[in-house]
Design a protein around this ligand. Structure first.
Ligand code: GTP
Ligand code: MG
Length: 254
C-alpha cells in the first residue's frame, strides 16, 4: 500500500489532480482509493471512498461553536484525530495499491499544525510520499517560483517524507512560458542568475536561491495539467521509484 498525501496552496488543483490521477491509475489497472480529508469542501468531482465529512464538517462546527470559517477548519482538523483509527481501518479493509489523500485548501491549517502531522503519521502505512501542488500561474516569475518552492521545503521539514513538486495548470500557459519553466526545472542553477540580475541581491538571497536549486534537483519538479491529463505518466514513474526504492530514494534521486 502506497499512501500519497496531496498538499498545496488553496485552489492549486489538489482535488482535480486526485480525480485525474486516480483515473490514470485505473487505466493502468492499479487499484487506488480516494480519501477526502477536507472538512470544508462543498463539491468534489470524485466520489471519495473515505470522507472526513461523514464524521465532521467545518459547516457543522461553525454553527455549533459559533466560529468563523478558518477557526472551524482548524477545529475540524484537530477533531479529525478522534476518527483516525476508524479511517485507517476503513482504508486497510479496502486493500488498495495506492491511497490518494486530499487535504484542506488552506495548507497552513493542515500542514503547519501538530494535528496535521499526527494525521499523516497515523494514516501512512508502509511507504508514503507527499505531492506538493503549486499553481503554475502563481509561479511564473522567478521570485514567485522560489517562494513556492520554499513553501514546499517547509512542508518537507514538517513531514520528512519524499516529495514531488507539481506545477499544475500548464494548459493555461503559452509555449514560450512553458519553455521558460522547463528551462529552469532542467537547469535550476538558472534560478540564481534569474534573481542575481536584480540590483538588491545579497549573499543571503543567493544562499536561499541555491538551497531552492538543490531542493528542485533532489525532489524533482513536474509540470502537469490535472484538467488535460498532461504529465501524469512522469509523476507516476517517479512515485513508483519512491514506492519501490523506499524513502531513501530522496537521497539518491538525480
Ligand atoms: N486550467 C486548469 N484549471 C485547473 C487545473 N486543475 C484544477 N483547475 C481548476 O482550478 C480550480 C481549483 O481546483 P481544485 O481542484 O478545487 O483545487 P484545490 O487545490 O483542491 O482547491 P482547494 O481544496 O479549495 O484549496 C478549479 O476551478 C479547477 O477546475 C488544470 O490543470 N488546469
Ligand atoms: Mg480541494
Amino acid at each position: 500500500m502506497f499512501t500519497v498525501f496531496v498538499i498545496g496552496t488553496a485552489g492549486s488543483g489538489k482535488t482535480t489532480f486526485i480525480q485525474s490521477f486516480s483515473d490514470f491509475l485505473e487505466t493502468n489497472e492499479i487499484y487506488s482509493i480516494k480519501v477526502n480529508l477536507d472538512p470544508a469542501v462543498d463539491y468534489l468531482p470524485y466520489s471519495p471512498d473515505i470522507d472526513i465529512r461523514d464524521y465532521i464538517t467545518a459547516w457543522d462546527i461553525m454553527k455549533k461553536y459559533n466560529l468563523g470559517p478558518n477557526g472551524a477548519i482548524i477545529a475540524a482538523v484537530d477533531m479529525t484525530i478522534k476518527y483516525l483509527h476508524e479511517i485507517k481501518e476503513g482504508i486497510e479493509e479496502l486493500q488498495p495499491g495506492y491511497v490518494l489523500v486530499d487535504t484542506p485548501g488552506q495548507l497552513e491549517l493542515f500542514a503547519f499544525r501538530q494535528s496535521g502531522e499526527e494525521i499523516v503519521q497515523t494514516l501512512r502505512r508502509e511507504r508514503a510520499a507527499i505531492i506538493f501542488m503549486i499553481d503554475v500561474i502563481l509561479a511564473l516569475s522567478t521570485q514567485s517560483l522560489i517562494s513556492s518552492i520554499l513553501l514546499a521545503a517547509s512542508v518537507f521539514y514538517r513531514f520528512n517524507l519524499p516529495m514531488l513538486i507539481l506545477l499544475n495548470k500548464i494548459d493555461l500557459l503559452n509555449e514560450k512560458e512553458i519553455e521558460e519553466i522547463l528551462d529552469i526545472i532542467n537547469n535550476p542553477e538558472k534560478l540564481v542568475s534569474g534573481v542575481s540580475g536584480k540590483k538588491d541581491i545579497t549573499v543571503f538571497h543567493e544562499s536561499i536561491v541555491s538551497a531552492v536549486e538543490n531542493f528542485i534537483k533532489v525532489f524533482g519538479c513536474y509540470p502537469i495539467s490535472a484538467v488535460k491529463n498532461q504529465g501524469l505518466d512522469k509523476v507516476y514513474i517517479s512515485l513508483q521509484q519512491i514506492y519501490t526504492g523506499g524513502e531513501d530514494f530522496i537521497y539518491f534521486a538525480p
